[in-house]
Design a protein around this ligand. Structure first.
Ligand code: SF4
Ligand code: MG
Length: 323
């Protein structure tokens, strides 16, 4: 499949701490630290890692909601950071985002029909009766009814609100949707409904997703490819099934073992317990960033940073696999 989005050595460093412009206490947070990824058209790339690993920052860089420190984001081969105003306006229609908390992203004073129709007006796609017709269609696609149109966000359940967020994201006929923890705030019983809706819509509209979650179980359910992120870096990547059935990186094994009873081959006795605290992205440890917590750490691990190496499409950054 054609590559829709690609990042090339993408970095975002924030400066934190210290009073005044030249304070020595200022430190760079390496939130996103040299990410290379590719998403094929119509596929779902799952991005998994604990909170604070930089996955949401990466999502925002791909949408150009943030400017990177260095690196590129290519959309159909064109660097989005080189685009002019007109190109960028077109790009904005092609890329959308769905947030974790739909309620926070929905204007409480707007009826749902206006919330969903807003992007149609902003981008001058449709107005008046035509807009209303399109909104009605969008609501149908996500499983809402026409009598919902005049209601306000507070009159909906969490799952319905996420459907509203999805309808709004679909309004401009996008190619890429970044789903940032889209079901994390929902009851488990509702999660599957929303995930299945996202899958159906992907088929129907040939959507490409970047699906961000801390929950590997959810990522596995929706993703073709999985990228595992730890402190601003990709530590393992490959086909969802390979990552889940044969995790190579000790951090991925930890993430999988933390998922209760989904993979019966990992018994309770195999549960990986980590030493130490989560290191900070402000001062990431030298060598492998995971070495302070890794049950397999060797001497080399605190000195030399492992490179991401490709073993027939399954990539891992760990000295256990340095061949
Ligand atoms: Fe563990 Fe060393 Fe591999 Fe890092 S490089 S994950 S510390 S074994
Ligand atoms: Mg986040």
């Amino acid at each position: 499949n054609e590559v829709l989005v690609e990042t090339v050595d993408l970095k975002k460093h924030f400066i934190v701490g210290g009073e005044g412009l030249f304070s020595k206490k200022k430190k760079a947070v390496h939130a996103v630290d040299g990410i290379n990824l590719k998403v094929a058209k119509g596929e779902t790339l799952g991005l998994v890692g604990e909170s604070g690993c930089g996955k949401s920052t990466l999502g925002r860089l791909i949408l150009r909601l943030l400017e990177p420190t260095s690196g590129k984001v290519l959309f159909k081969g064109q660097n989005i950071y080189d685009m002019n105003g007109e190109e960028l306006r077109k790009l904005r229609k092609k890329m959308q985002i769905i947030f974790q908390d739909p309620y926070a992203s929905l204007n409480p004073r707007m009826p749902v029909s206006e919330i969903i129709g807003e992007p149609l007006e902003t981008h001058e796609v449709a107005f008046g009766k035509e807009k209303e017709k399109m909104v009605y269609e969008l609501m149908r696609e996500v499983g809402l009814r026409s009598y919902h149109m005049k209601r306000y966000p507070h009159q909906f359940s969490g799952g319905q609100r996420q459907r509203i967020g999805i309808a709004r994201a679909l309004a401009l006929n996008p190619e890429l949707i970044i789903c940032d923890e889209p079901v994390s705030a929902l009851d488990v019983s509702i999660q599957a409904q929303v995930l299945n809706l996202l899958k159906d819509l992907q088929q129907q509209f040939q959507l490409t997703y970047i699906f961000i979650s801390h929950d590997l179980r959810i990522v596995k359910y929706v993703s073709d490819k999985v990228y595992v992120m730890f402190l601003g870096k990709i530590v393992e990547a490959g086909n969802a099934k390979d990552i889940y059935d044969e995790p190579l990186h000790p951090y991925t094994r930890f993430l999988i073992s933390a998922v209760p009873k989904v993979n019966p081959r990992l018994r309770e006795s195999k549960r990986v317990i980590l030493q130490g605290d989560v290191p900070s992205p402000v001062n990431p440890p030298a060598g492998c960033r995971f070495h302070t917590r890794c049950p397999n750490a060797m001497k080399q691990c605190s000195i030399e940073e492992p490179e991401l190496k490709d073993f027939n499409g399954h990539m891992v950054a760990c000295h256990l696999y340095s061949r």
